[in-house]
Write a protein that binds this ligand. Sequence first.
Ligand code: AMP
Length: 430
Amino acid sequence: MFKTVRGMRDLMPVDAERMRHVEQVSREVSKLYGYEEIITPVLETYELLAAKTSEEIRERMYTFKDLGDRKVAMRPEFTASVARLVASKLKNEPKPMRLFSVGSLYRYDEPQYGRFREFWQSNYELFGSDRPEADAEILMLTNDLLKRLGLKNYRFKIGHTEILKGILDQEGMDEDKQNSVRQLLDKKSWEEALAIARDADVSQKCLSALERLFGTRGEDAFKVLETVKETVQGYDTTIAAVDNLWEILELVKDSGVKLEVMVEAGFARGLEYYTGMIFESYVPRIDVALGGGGRYDKLIQLFGGEPIPAVGVAQGIDRIVLALKKQKVSPETGKEKSVVVISVKEESMGKALELSDVLRKSGLSVEVAVMGRSVSRALADANRRGVAYAVIVGPKELKEKKVALKDMNKGEQTTVPISNLAEAILSGLK
Ligand code: AMP
């Protein structure tokens, strides 16, 4: 017997439906906010995907040579593909430009709860604005998506890359070491991060600022930011970063949208390209992020384009589904609108198919009994699968241009004129 490759999953109907539902709501939200959908390939050149992702993701890419001897990889994220487009085909488009993408991504991660080797994201990116209202929009959009999906008690962990970078740049720490610090902070290994700073001969002032910053977090955003500001006196870029985050959160507050936030001064995300606000969304009892994003003003330049500021978010569809399940939120299944059409005799099968077509045109979900079973066995099967109505097409009723209609929930059967069939079912479903 064949099996799936380790880390790859088959999604059975119930899970597939949940995934598609999150995808669908993500798409609706993209329309509500004016993000236009683009579809980019799963396979890209290795060079593109490796160019500016984190070391951790780079090492875990599915990479191989195609038959034309090209080194290719399966995308581990959308941002590189979108950046490629924005630096090339879309480079002359008027700004702002809002883009949406959804699809599967591949990382050779160790399979565990919420971590798969093939997973799905919906991705929103806003190009052309370096202003705080653009960051605020991305936060509000993410909040809106999670709310529309019916999630409760979700909250945002928020930070700013320049809080740390401002200090380390001023101390003259090189990019590679800073990246190592970031990766360690992403894993909450504060002590090891401090050790790197110590080895890099940063000042005592810097060490004590870092020590205090790593512990500075809280739900009262503005209070946390005030504390950070006091801690980082003398590091001007860091102070500007705090002011920027302040403005963003103030705009969200002024909009009337209430976000549950946890501001963390030492928050870092693994990806290397962020240059401003960064955030992740969480729900209680799931300790992996449902989604994450931030500002990346230099990325397009790195892919050979003009400098274009950008801010975006990647929503992890698989993890949102896990969260919805944990909170027992179910999408409508559509079963309550379903009908089975059963032909009593072979001669009436053509009529049964015709009726199925008519009913579908009224928006009903219709199955035709295709197993050649007796009416009673076909009804038992329909009952097992939770079908709402059965239409039984028999020769006697057909002569009078009628069919039998059985309400599967109540078990009641009536005879209905064909001309009135769709209406009878639809009014019964109300
Ligand atoms: P990232 O692209 O690493 O910033 O991740 C953004 C979101 O994608 C995360 O918050 C997760 O929801 C989701 N994600 C990332 N890696 C995986 C994975 N291996 N399996 C499932 N979801 C993932």
